[in-house]
Design a protein around this ligand. Structure first.
Ligand code: GLN
Length: 490
């Protein structure tokens, strides 16, 4: 079987039927990483145990054990999720030598379902960024054109999927970090409803927005992975006590009776011509499947970027306080000159360990939370966030799923936006509102620019209605994808 082009479902079925061993699958993808990742730089650390883990699984299969729905599937895990005994850096120098003493629930659940961890993928430092250029471990390249960014912050995970270095990956999404790189690399990626997936063991960026989710090469693969990682977790009190449907078995590509809303604020004249063309084609595609198109309005999305950057940086400034060189993180060399006082001790440790973007955000967030400014910034942002959520819920009275672009343009060149933070933040214009409202959202590959770069569309549904997203994603997949295109590098 052609493992490179196989889906998660195909690999899992073949492993369970003993047509291929889990060890052969793991070896195949390890060899691909070895051959291709020097160019792409998508992995920070490879799991040295992966072949042994796969062999152990083969031993259980030989004994007749019933292995779960991810049987023998190698997974690339964003290096923001703690893995016991396996270095976890968050893309930062400050955690260069951090070996977690425990494993994130998401990773444990994947393993319980039969998956093996192939390695840890690159990301913007502490998941702050939209291009993967802020990683302390070097920029990650878009496999469709190596001069271009893959998006971020889960850029390494998106690249691993697009270049077929792994059949499935885990990303995290605080303001678009699964959907934006998925869109720019031409893969599927879903941010679940807030509370669907445990955040335990995921290095926190902005706790009220962070969610982990799957990235893969088919909509059904994302559904299978999401089934494996969802559910109430006793270590994360924000997980919802709600059943986990079998989305992958319920997918209905017939969209008769499904109302698809086009939020008019997302269709501005600032959209790139290729993005407009591809999005229009996606709208036509859902119509051919029987969906009804309605126009909706969510006026407050115009404030999503400023509201997001106030809330996310405020929460980050608090979450990142623990990296002080005492409890966690890099410690400066004090062997020759000891620190004058505690303040100098902290500031040297943190000053050397954090990169510029992380420092910028800690300062912004600390300012927004400081007394005298709290009411004007952080609290005001929280109020607007609530109103934005209400507007979404109102829009969902007249539709079931929202369809929009993921980003206003396809991938940009490495170096093109990194020196202009405002321009970089504006990348998140279509994705941040989903997190602020706690809704599920997915990026679905929908076409290509004239220059050959992938373009995705974004689907957003009501809280806990991931099923509708998978239905529409799958309908789009079957209508739009005429022939499978893969990047030349592979
Ligand atoms: N690009 C956004 C940011 O920089 C989103 C990041 C994310 O979702 N982790 O904050």
């Amino acid at each position: 079987m052609d493992l490179t082009r196989s889906s998660i479902v195909q690999i899992r079925d073949a492993v369970r039927a003993k047509k291929v061993s889990a060890a052969e699958v793991a070896r195949h993808f390890l060899e691909r990483v070895d051959k291709l990742d020097k160019k792409l730089n998508s992995f920070i650390t490879i799991n040295p145990q992966v072949i042994d883990d796969a062999r152990a699984l083969d031993g259980r299969i030989a004994k007749g054990d019933d292995i779960g729905p991810m049987a023998g599937v190698p997974i690339a895990v964003k290096d923001l999720l703690c893995t016991e005994g396996l270095r976890t850096t968050a893309g930062s120098k400050i955690l260069e030598n951090f070996i977690p003493p425990y494993t994130a629930t998401v990773v444990n659940k994947l393993k319980e379902a039969g998956a093996v961890v192939l390695g840890k993928t690159s990301l913007d430092e502490f998941a702050m960024g939209s291009s993967n250029e802020t990683s302390a471990y070097g920029a990650v390249k878009n496999p469709w054109n190596l001069d271009y960014v893959p998006g971020g912050s889960s850029g390494g995970s998106a690249v691993a999927i697009a270049a077929r270095l792994a059949p499935g990956a885990i990303g995290t999404d605080t303001g678009g970090s699964i959907r934006q790189p998925a869109g720019l690399c031409g893969v599927y990626g879903i941010k679940p409803t807030y509370g669907r997936v445990s955040r335990y063991g995921i290095i926190a960026y902005a706790s009220s927005l962070d969610q982990a989710g799957p990235m893969a090469n088919t909509a059904a693969d994302c559904a299978v992975m999401l089934e494996a990682i969802s559910g109430k977790c006793r270590f994360d009190s924000t997980t919802a006590n709600i059943g986990v449907p079998k989305w992958s078995q319920e997918i209905r590509q017939d969209l008769k009776g499904c109302r698809i809303g086009l939020p008019k604020e997302y269709f501005t004249e600032k959209l790139d011509a290729d993005v407009t063309r591809v999005t229009q084609a996606a709208i036509e595609a859902v119509k051919t499947r029987g969906a009804e198109i309605v126009e909706v309005s969510i006026p407050l999305v115009k404030y999503a970027v400023p509201v997001y950057y106030l809330i996310a940086t405020s929460e980050a400034s608090s979450n990142l306080a623990r990296y002080d060189g005492v409890r966690f993180g890099h410690r400066a060399d004090f062997s020759k000159t000891p620190a004058k006082d505690l303040e100098e001790f902290y500031s040297l440790n943190r000053g050397q360990g954090f990169g510029v973007e992380v420092k910028r955000r800690i300062m912004l967030g600390t300012y927004a939370l400081s007394s005298g400014y709290y009411d004007a910034y952080y609290q005001k942002a929280c109020q607007v966030r609530r109103l934005l959520r209400d507007e979404f819920l109102r829009a969902f009275e007249s539709c079931d799923v929202l369809l929009s672009p993921v980003t206003a343009s396809p991938a940009f060149k490495i170096g093109e936006r990194i020196s202009d933070p405002l321009e970089m933040y504006l990348n998140d214009i279509f994705t941040t509102s989903t997190n602020l409202a706690g809704l599920p959202g997915m990026a679905v590959p929908a076409g290509f620019s004239i220059g050959g770069l992938p373009i995705g569309v974004q689907l957003t549904a009501k809280h806990f209605d991931e099923q509708r997203i998978f239905d529409v994603a799958s309908a789009l997949e079957n209508t739009l994808v005429k022939e499978e295109r893969v990047p030349n590098v592979i």
